[in-house]
Design a binder for this molecule. Sequence first.
Ligand SMILES: [Zn+2]
Ligand SMILES: [Zn+2]
Length: 1011
Amino acid sequence: MFAPLPDKPDHPALELELLDLWEQESTFEQLRASNRGGPIWSFVDGPVTANKALAVHTAWGRTLKDVFQRYKALRGFDQRFQNGFDCQGLWIEVGVERALGLNSKREIEEYGLEEFARQCRQVVVKSSSELTRGCIRLGQWMDWGNDYFTFSDTNIEYIWRFLKHVHSRGWLYLGHRSTEWCPRCGTSLSQHELTQAGVFQEKIDPSLYVRLPLLDRDHEFLVVWTTTPWTLPANVAAAVKPDAEYARRENGEWVLASLYANDTFVERRLGSELVGWRYRGPFDDLAPGASVDHVVIPWDEVSVDEGTGVVHIAPGCGPEDFELARVHGLPTLTPVDEAGRFYDEYGWLHGLTTTEAADQIVGQLGETGFLVSAGTYEHRYPHCWRCDTPLIWRLSDDWFISVEELRPTLLAANGTVEWVPAYMGKRMDDWLRNMGDWNISRRRYYGLPLPFYPCTCGHLNVVGSKTELEERANEGFEQLEELRRPWIDRVPIRCEQCGEPVTRIPEVGDVWLDAGIVPFSTLGWQNPERIEEGYATGASHGLSHADLPDNAYWEQWFPADWVSEMREQIRLWFYSQLFMSVALIGEAPFRRVLGYEKMLDEQGREMHGSWGNMIDAEDAFVRMGADVMRWQFCAQPPNQNLLFGFGPAHEIRRKLLTYWHSVKFLVDYANIEGFEPSWLTFGEIPDPKPLDRWLIERTNLLVAEATDAYEATLTVNAIRAFEAFIDDLSNWYIRRSRRRFYSLDEAAFRSLWFAIVQSLRVVAPMLPFLADHLWRNLVQDGPASVHLAPWPDVVEPDRALLAEIAEVRRVVELGRQARSASQLKLRQPLRRLVVAGASESAHGHSAEIADELRVKDVEFGEVEASELRVKPNLPVLGPKLGRALPEVRAALADGRFEELEGGRFQVNGHVLEPEEVLVERVGLEGWAVAVEDGVTVALDTRLDDELRLEARLFDLIRAVQLLRKESGLEITDRIRLWIPDEDLLRFGDRIAEETLAVSVETDDELRLERA
Ligand SMILES: [Zn+2]
Ligand SMILES: [Zn+2]
């Protein structure tokens, strides 16, 4: 006996039940054990930042990872299943700052760096356990407890080793340049951090036109335009385009002539003639400005589309300005400090932020006569990805890894990677071709301590391991609570060049170093021997049991066969991994990548906590269930944004319900008729009918399509295959075979059981809960879980047979469309159906077609039941024909046209192209017609008395069936029946058979009772 199924599944309830069962039965451990020693499939998990509970965005990626790990496990592959957490950097720090109410670096230092570090660790502890709980609820199978944490000493040491290597190759340098800077976080950011979502936002800034008096030309001025007033006190030069024409207005103002075509000018000169002119700076009353000789310089990049054609240059406040200063030997002024506040030497501006200073600067320019006009300007402007503060540009000393020498190898390595979708690989190529040097230093606290110890003798000491640090330490090694600030800052070492004591630079590393090293640090690269719980070091102590494997293990598991993350990781994790791997060993750390686009809400908007459209993962588990979420993730083509929400979830539940009802149909009738299948004879169908043979082939097709989809890492194709199968199973096989289940027809029962069980096996990686729930009911003497049954054999299906039935279904579908166009209900029998254009294979199925469409006769042949109606497509044809239009239109309406090849028409001497006309085929009087892809189906809709009587019969049977249901009868209960329609008594036997009636008599109204 199968356990009876309710009318619809309670997804959350059955999921919680299975989580318990898997736990009790150690299902996952059994699966892993059975694959041990099998072929290897290496997956490396991109670490999830441990600063929050599971979000639906994260659940998407986690689902895809789980699906393919489960699939490979079912195919017998040995896998590591190691989960990773990202534990350092601004994400963590800024959260702790907020929680503690701190809002600057000064306040953090006053709070105390030891305690700050411990608070950061607490965030990781709490959030890693929340994330684990959420992922388990989602159904993700991982080796929980053996996670890697990027803040472990082990991970840090591996990055140190990488940096030492980079230094030995001469790629590490201290750069002095203008970089994007967050004044709130007090640190520079790197190019790739600016590529993250949400960085560029619309911002309204002041727009100023300022005139600068020329020193050697009386009453003449340069006019410049700026949207960053705070940079004006750092002005040192004005740039012009040498080959462009500049012109002077009567009032003495020089501007680019082409930008002011309507103005009158009194003098014109080429930009090159302006070069070398000297001018008075806008803030020469302040000491820094007064010290500078302001001069006009040439620059080919000056915009001729915007501004005035004269560009204000402040080398301390912009990357291009800085580069120009280098070329022309200009001085650089840095007006603001790390927190973005003016330095003391800027007099009345000192202590102001760049925003606060803007108003005062505008006021001052007005008073001194420098201001021409002031307005506002809206543009896309970069903001800090973590704290949302508008960024500024600032001169700073940062540590860089130079990419020039590595670039060709990076590109070659990326060429060995198979990207899905392929365009993402091209994006990576573009990035690799265009990216600048990697800025790896951040002026923060809770991050990888950069092991750089520059000495006054000129030597840069780079420490490559904890052991090396211990050997070279002068003091403080014993107080290292973690390999991190502030403790590490108390360990000075001896310079290897001159022996003098040297201290570490205060900077920490870019977080993408932490995640990028993972293919080396977690797999034991160059580690001489395995260290038990070797990953539970430093801050990870007590959080993980992960071992640190040895190099032989790395040889075995590197490179990863597959990695998968969101598209933005091209410039982040995919990039940092690739970079570090190429720098260390010259090859790519992964063979294959699945990238996917963004998640938006179901209306296509970004999800934001403050917009109220954010969906909490916990809420989704309760309201839709994990399987429905997983279906939504899996059904998404990776090259499009996912519109996630409860609306789509409802639609998925509806599809699953159709499937559920098919399974319930099998369960109900198997229990009634005593069908008890055995796993030992699974797939054996005695004496199958043609429809059974078709179902077996249809199931083989599902297995083949799903297998191809998983192999291509495209779950969307697996979901589509399953959806089509659900439709064929429910709306063809069961529909056409229903009666065979009213008795113990072995072939029918076994075929249906086979089809359902096989489908459970192929959807198990995507819908692990529902699949196992039904498996455990339907397969009682086989493997205890669908996840312990091996992957089904892929059998090449009989495609000719499948195409034949697909054609039949197409004809039936068109027939339904025709019926619905005729407004005749399906219970009304019809005399005749004519099918034209269907392939020969459908001809043998006229009985089924007749039955499905309730027609008495199906003919294959030409149809003279419809006519072509052609109308002008006015927006296109009107302009073409002009005054000839009315007569063409009239001719078309009268049918006075000739159909030409290629969908063209000849009318009144004009040839009309397909896009110039609107064509429809309509049924002639008495016919309903549907046409698609060359197949035409025409229904003869004329009724006679006999047909009308039969319709009454079908209406009656339907009414009895409804009444049976309403009366609470079991499907096997026999009844006594009274009907109000005397004419129908002559169909008594038919009525009795259909409604399980033992007697049929007449009465005033329809009624029944249990016999
Ligand atoms: Zn910030
Ligand atoms: Zn030295």
